[in-house]
Design a binder for this molecule. Structure first.
Ligand code: ADP
Ligand code: MG
Ligand code: MG
Length: 877
């Protein structure tokens, strides 16, 4: 028979999959002899069984829970539901991966009308007892019974106002009794029955609610964002309550062993006296910084510092800890490897190596490559920053530079993002887990309340989003959607502001930004990553500027240069249009002759920037009509320019219309119809390479034919390429090596890769198109229905962001094998968006590809992900 419930002293940190992160670490801390309130963990397997049993808890599991409850009662010496000696517990969620604030916690469970009186008597602290009860009724009603929290808060606010109380702590026992009375009336009105009085019923219902919370929309969204599988489930921890709300000698807090924003080696955190649970992070009262605990309670402070040291050494990583002080005595309620900003992650990883706590390999594994995205984005231009006026100052909660239009609700921000707004800042009094999507689409978050460990701050740091929190300089009116700065100026929805997450400064204008650099700890870690990885990292770049940026970020070549992007420039588009509307080969060649020198000089620039590294150039790919004018006015203008009648040109434009351009006349099909296009592009590539080589570089151009589905297509175009190239080379009287290969982006190409490899010297997996064609839906339209797929749990992640390993991955694996069969030294790479996605990079490593190619700003991400993939492969094999 399986075991579904573990006492804290039966588990340890290695049992994370079964006990969840929180449970495993509570067990580990118990084992270390630290002061942890007693309890037990209901496993993640019980959660998955809850779902497979049709959302019920099996009798055997229920019995096991009661058995462990009894054991805990014995050790603690208190009894569940006994008014003379009551045992109260917290019911806490805890998945394998930490999902902060994504699921719900219930405190003080076991209270009812009788027990609360007993507790008051026992502790001689009526105020405390009723404070605990009102908290319990609210949390239980919200989390388990789905009665809105806001309705309870309204009552609390009313009672505060009636009694002139500023904070919760100003309420007397009598006031709190009144709150409880009104809460119970509210509950009955909402649910039609009395608030549940039986502690065992409370417990089972609470456990079920935590299981259910695994599947609430914000948890599903968070999992998708963080690649967490839906079938892991959450564990539930049931733990003896300790009370931070017993008076001014009690309190609760959150602290990190190092600064999670900068990585500085210094205890960092906040606490609040006479408070419980989420009071610290909810931002209702402003917490005190950790140092002040030295004065408030020196003994508890010293013990905490000692424990923090023990935990950091034990876990060999920065810890994020939660604690409570009950009548002067310290209790540890949680520890975990702390979430941190990218800058802090890099500093801590490098510092821990220097402190001899971890190896370089471990340091590499500690930094989440996705996180680097945040520091690979621009900072404010120093000059502009100096000239700008600060309109308010808040807490520097998550670093970064954000500039954007302001929105006052998460929904409005999400809406704006859907409409294509790319720069937005979410302004809220405080954020809550419901706001997660709006936070994610925003470049910056500004809150009026809350500290460095408030929800907004923690989530923003996790996302790498810039955040200024607790900015009391501004007066926010969420209902009417405006805020007033400290000088009295009003800002409404759509106005521009800028946030500096490193200083907490807010600027009332749009500020220009500058490019990031890889230096210091970042450079050190990257160097270590390069020593380890076996996969090469190239970049997708169409211009010398992009190529140079990518080189600075460590790119080892260009994996994809999209030549059509060169044609979109204003000075070229007319020659391009002329080429497209030509009716004869002669006309077309004339237009191509105009394009040739432009392309040639573009390639020279690109080859020069890449200093001899390989450059893959993809020939013209998109449907031709993308280049044509669509409005009558523009058609008229072009017609005049080309000496054509409006009607003639209009009919050409119409004739180029396609019903499904993604699968239309594009890619190598263009070169099959008009070989002279491939001829011109070959000439430009080869001549550019010869010119650059004359200056002492050694360019080996790689010509890539797109959208091949049949080896005969490739053979046809390749013949044009080779004939032209050899003519040019011969005429120049030089030696030049070049390669001809293809994209694998049509399923048929993957299926017949052995045939295609007869002609292709390299394959580059174009996973954007390959994903579209394999799934049979276009990337541009998928947004319309993917949300339904996530909420109905058909897909867990966006196949365009993360390779679908089961389907598309199978095609890649197969094509790689078939390709190597025919041509053992065939070079294999990937050039879709996926090239910069860490989980996809790992897939590429396992498929045995030679390189990944991604956009310049993702190059460092790919380098780190590739090192991690190499290390994981070593461990696995
Ligand atoms: P989260 O995963 O959202 O952080 P937790 O389960 O850690 O949720 O609970 C939130 C807070 O509730 C804790 O930080 C702690 O302050 C309080 N809490 C949880 N369990 C107990 C307990 N047994 N005694 C006192 N406070 C508790
Ligand atoms: Mg919580
Ligand atoms: Mg917690």
């Amino acid at each position: 028979m399986s075991k579904y419930v573990y006492l804290f002293n039966e588990g340890n940190a290695k049992m994370r999959n079964l006990l969840g992160g929180k449970g495993a670490n509570l067990a580990e801390m118990t084992g270390l002899g630290l002061p942890v309130p007693r309890g037990f963990t209901v496993t993640t397997e019980a959660c998955t069984r809850y779902y497979s049993d049709g959302k019920t808890i099996a009798k055997e599991i229920e019995n096991e829970i009661y058995e462990m409850l009894e054991k805990t009662e014995k050790v603690v010496g208190k009894k569940f539901g006994d008014p003379t000696n009551p045992f109260l517990v917290s019911v806490r969620s805890g998945a394998r991966a930490s999902m902060p604030g994504m699921m719900d916690t219930i405190l003080n469970l076991g209270l009812n009308d009788l027990v609360v009186e007993g507790l008051a008597k026992l502790t001689s602290n009526e105020r405390f007892a009723y404070d605990s009860y009102r908290r319990f009724i609210q949390m239980f009603s919200d989390v388990v019974m789905e009665v809105e929290k806001a309705k309870f808060e309204k009552i609390l606010d009313d009672v505060k106002e009636e009694n002139n109380a500023k904070f919760d702590t100003d309420l007397s026992a009598e006031n709190l009794k009144e709150v409880v009375k009104r809460y119970k009336v509210l509950f009955k009105n909402e649910k039609g029955f009395d608030f549940p009085q039986d502690p065992k019923t409370q417990l089972m219902e609470a456990i079920k609610a935590v299981f259910r919370s695994w599947d609430n929309p914000r948890a599903i969204y968070y999992r998708r964002l963080n690649d967490i599988p839906g079938d892991w489930g959450t564990a539930v921890n049931v733990q003896e309550m300790v009370y931070g709300n017993m008076g001014n000698n009690s309190g609760t807090g959150v602290a990190f062993t190092r600064n999670p924003s900068t990585g500085e080696k210094k205890l960092y955190g906040e606490f609040l006296m006479n408070a419980q649970g989420e009071d610290v992070v909810a931002g209702i009262r402003t917490p005190q910084p950790m140092e002040q605990m030295k004065e408030v309670n020196p003994a508890a402070y010293e013990e905490f510092v000692k424990i923090a040291g023990i935990l950091e050494k034990h876990y060999r990583d920065m810890q994020d800890m939660e604690f409570t002080i009950e009548n002067g005595k310290l209790f540890m309620l949680q520890t975990r490897n702390g979430k941190r900003t990218a800058a802090a992650a890099l500093k801590i990883a490098v510092d821990l190596v220097e402190e001899n706590m971890i190896t370089k390999e471990e340091a590499i594994m500690k930094v989440d490559p996705k996180q680097l995205d945040a520091i690979l984005h621009p900072n404010f231009d120093a000059k502009a920053l100096k000239a700008a006026t600060v309109i308010a100052k808040g807490l520097p909660a998550s670093p970064g530079a954000a500039t954007g239009k302001i929105y006052f609700t998460a929904e409005d921000a999400t809406e704006a993002a859907k409409k294509g707004e790319s720069k937005l800042i979410l302004v809220r009094l405080e954020t809550s887990p419901e706001d997660i999507e709006g936070m994610h689409v925003s470049q910056g978050i500004l809150t009026g309340r809350g500290g460095m460990t408030s929800h907004a701050a923690v989530v923003a740091r996790g996302m790498g989003t810039c955040c200024v929190a607790g900015c009391s300089d501004i007066k926010i009116n969420e209902e009417e959607k405006y805020f007033i700065d400290k000088n009295g100026k009003k800002y409404v929805e759509g106005d521009w502001i800028s946030l500096d997450g490193s200083t907490g400064n807010v600027y009332g204008e749009q500020l220009p930004t500058v490019e990031p650099e890889v230096t210091g700890d970042f450079a050190t870690l990257m160097k270590w990553a390069d020593e380890i990885r076996t996969l090469k990292v190239r970049t997708n770049a169409d211009t010398p500027a992009d190529a140079e940026q990518a080189m600075k970020f460590g790119a080892e070549g260009i994996g994809l240069c999209r030549t059509e992007h060169m044609f979109f420039n204003a000075d070229r588009i007319s020659a391009m249009r002329e080429m497209i509307v030509s009716r004869t080969e002669e006309q077309r060649r004339k237009a191509l002759d105009k394009l040739l020198p432009m392309q040639r000089s573009d390639f020279e620039g690109l080859f020069t920037a890449m200093k001899g590294y390989p450059v893959t150039i993809r020939f013209l790919d998109p449907p031709l009509h993308e280049f044509l004018p669509q409005e009558d006015e523009d058609i008229d203008a072009l017609a005049k320019e080309m000496g054509m009648s409006f009607d003639e040109l209009k009919s050409i434009v119409l004739s180029l219309h396609e019903f499904n351009p993604m699968m239309g006349h594009r890619g190598c099909r263009l070169a099959v119809s008009y070989p002279e296009i491939a001829e011109m592009q070959t000439r430009a590539v080869i001549e550019a390479a010869i010119n650059v080589n004359k200056k002492g570089m050694s360019v080996i151009p790689e010509i890539m034919i797109p959208l091949v589905g049949d080896v005969k297509e490739l053979k046809f175009v390749k013949e044009v390429v080779v004939k032209t190239a050899n003519e040019v080379i011969e005429k120049a009287g030089v030696k030049l090596e070049y390669k001809v290969g293809t994209m694998i982006e049509i399923p048929r190409a993957a299926l017949t890769a052995d045939e295609i490899a007869k002609e292709a010297e390299f394959f580059s997996f174009g996973t954007n198109d390959l994903t579209q064609m394999t799934f049979g839906f276009s990337r541009d339209d998928a947004g319309k229905f993917l949300d339904d797929y996530y909420s109905k749990k058909i897909y867990e992640s966006d196949p365009f962001a993360r390779i679908d390993q089961t389907g598309v991955g199978k095609l890649i694996d197969m094509a790689a094998k078939l390709g190597r069969q025919t041509r053992p030294d065939i070079k294999l790479g990937i050039c879709g968006e996926h090239g910069g996605d860490p989980s996809s990079v790992e897939f590429c490593q396992n498929a045995g590809l030679n390189y990944v190619s991604c956009s310049p700003f993702r190059v460092p991400i790919a380098r780190l992900a590739a090192a991690q993939a190499t290390l994981k492969e070593k461990l696995g094999g």
